[in-house]
Every structure is written in C-alpha cells, then in structure tokens.
Design a protein around this ligand. Structure first.
Ligand code: SAH
Length: 341
C-alpha cells in the first residue's frame, strides 16, 4: 500500500491500525503533500521507531528523474521519470503568462490506439497510482523550484481508463491539507469514453474537461481514433452537453490538424454543424508528426485560415501554442526514444 496514494481519512485509519495517535496522520500527510519529501526517512518529526514501522509496512512512491530536456526556445522542460518497478513515464513543465503548468501522464502506455499518437504504439503497460500521478508534480516542483498553478492530465494514457485513481488524484491535489490546488486549475483530457464522462459529470467537480475530437464525422473520426467505433459522435456530444449541464463548466475540444485529412473547408462546415450553438471552444493544434506514421502537420497559414473560417461561423477557436517541439514534446516520444535506446 502506497502512503502517498491515501486520502487524509484513509491515512488516519491506517495510522490508527498501527496504534499511533491520530495527529501522526496529519504530520505524515504534511510531509507527503506539502513538504513533498521523497522518503519516509526525511519525516524528521516522527520517531525513528515509527519511521521504521512505516517503511516495513508501506510503500512511499517516489519517482526518480531519469532524464530532463529543456527547450532552447520557450523554457519548456520535459521529464522522464522512473517508477519503482522500472517503468518510465513522461511529464512536461510549461511556463505561461498566467502561471506554470505541468502536464502529467495517467498510465504507463495506453490502449486507446489513436493513429497519430506515440504513447499508444506499444499498448497499455499499467495504470498509475494516485501517488505516482502526484509525484510527477511534486518532483517537478522540487527540481525547478517553481510554483505550479495548473495541472493538465494530457500526457501518456487515457485518464478515464484509470478512473478511480484519477478521482483520488484530483481530490488529493485539491485537499486543503495538501497542495490545495483549485479544481478550476485542473484539466482532464479524454478521447471520449462516454459512460465515464457521464460518471465524471455526476461527481460535480469544477475541473475542465477537454475532449479529443480530431474529426467532425463518425467516419473520419474512426479513421483516426478506434474509440469512435465504440461511441458515436452523437453520444460523445450528448455526454459533453451533460457534463456542462451538471457542472456549468464549458467543455473544450481538442483538434489536431492533419494535413489533407481533417483540415479542409469540408471539415470547417462539418465542425460548424457539430458545434454551433454549443457553449464550448475548440483548441487547434497542428499534429506533431511521429516517425512511425505518415501524418503531416497542417502548415501555419492554413491553421490560421481554418481558425478564421470557424470564427466567421461563430465558433470560439484558440490555437494551442506549440511548445517543446525540439524536445520530443509529443506524448510518448521521449519515453519511446529512451526505451529503444
Ligand atoms: N488520452 C487522453 C489524454 C492524453 S493525449 C486524450 O485522448 O485526450 C492528450 C492530447 O494530445 C489528446 O488530445 C491527443 O489526441 C493529443 N495528441 C496525441 N498525439 C498527438 C500528436 N502527435 N500531435 C498532436 N496531438 C496529439
């Protein structure tokens, strides 16, 4: 059992079963989630005997930074972390005007199979524990010495395919005894697992949901994303409307532009039909080409043109800043490169 993955209440119960006074749980939680130490040994206000007892009975997740790459152009830093079982995950630190953002992975690998994505090429290895998601943030805060104000779950993995651990992670981030990060500063991105989107809506969290759309019709979406064979766009859009109704949070749609595939005038019209009148916005990002696939990125001029045309049709559009392209910025690229040697 990983101490870092336990909620405040669960930790209190565990400490009680060890026959320790309740306030010890508060101290341990503080070391784990505020002071963010990387070992039980460093919890210096606990007796040596208690630290030994904890080490005997529990794990305490701590990721090792195996590699860090810094972009020469925008200060983006990409991290490769080693987990205790020898697996690797990637995380990214980005500086924005509104604060620093960390993009974390939610799984080791991914089983969703999106055609343009490097993270899924070898399938899913395993889910990450809440503590392993948190520790990507804690280690980056420690290494960079920077304050982190926004978290995006947009790294490797499908967060809604690791639903229970994701929820625990969000509650731990948000816990007043821990980082106390506002739910509004957390974004979760999904390829569109409809029943899980509905379940998440029922949790009534204030997080932002990002939906990976990438195509405006079922047929085109199926060609890029296998999940589209399980859920139609109708069902996905219904789930997004349901999410908005339950939470009041505007859904944001991700759209990776692939040259000649989903960036033509035809798709402008189809997208307009799909999104018109909905309280949402669409985030365009030129696809980051991976060497295992043929996909080419839409050129800058066409991206701007695509944006203008959508805006003229009354759709809110932003173009995602492309950060860290010089450092294997796309999901899964760094991990693959290092693992393949
Ligand atoms: N599985 C989740 C979250 C991880 S992927 C999801 O599908 O949303 C995060 C985002 O990066 C998704 O929108 C995904 O489609 C996109 N993405 C993956 N590979 C990409 C690439 N090569 N270029 C651009 N975007 C990519």
């Amino acid at each position: 059992m990983d101490l870092k993955s336990l909620s405040y209440e669960e930790l209190q119960n565990e400490i009680a079963t060890l026959g320790e006074p309740k306030f010890r749980a508060g101290q341990i939680f503080d070391w784990a989630h505020n002071k963010q130490v990387d070992s039980i040994e460093k919890m210096s206000n606990l007796s040596k005997a208690l630290r030994e007892k904890l080490k005997e009975n529990y794990e305490f997740t701590s990721l090792k930074c195996a590699r860090m790459q810094e972009s020469a152009s925008d200060g983006t830093k990409k991290f490769l972390f080693e987990l205790s079982d020898g697996n690797y995950v990637e995380s990214v630190f980005m500086k924005y005007h509104h604060g620093n953002s960390v993009c974390i992975s939610s799984q080791v690998g991914c089983r969703m199979g999106c055609k343009f994505c490097a993270s899924t090429l070898d399938g899913l290895e395993r889910n990450l524990l809440p503590g392993e998601m948190l520790d990507q943030i804690y280690r980056i805060a420690a290494i960079t010495g920077e304050k982190i104000s926004n978290i995006v779950v947009m790294g490797t993995g499908e967060p809604l395919d690791n639903y229970d651990n994701l929820l625990k992670f969000i509650h731990l981030l948000n816990d007043e005894h821990g980082m106390n990060l506002s739910q509004r500063n957390i974004t979760v991105s999904t390829c569109g697992i409809v029943p899980k989107i509905k379940a998440l809506a029922e949790e009534k969290l204030q997080i932002t949901l990002a939906l990976s759309l990438h195509a405006p019709t079922d047929e085109k979406r199926k060609a890029l994303m296998p999940i589209a064979n399980s859920y139609s766009l109708n069902e996905v859009m219904d789930a997004c409307r349901f999410y908005f109704d339950k939470t009041g949070r505007r859904v944001s749609f991700e759209y990776a532009l692939v040259s000649g595939v989903n960036d033509r005038d035809e798709e402008v019209s189809e997208l307009t039909r799909l999104l018109k009148g909905m309280n949402c916005h669409i985030n365009l990002i030129p696809v980051n080409p991976i060497k295992e696939r043929e996909f080419k990125s839409t050129d800058r001029l066409r991206v701007l043109e695509f944006q203008k045309k959508l805006e003229k049709n009354g759709i809110n559009v932003t173009i995602r800043r492309e950060m860290g392209r010089d450092i294997d910025g796309a999901c899964g690229q760094l991990r693959r490169r290092v693992m393949q040697g």
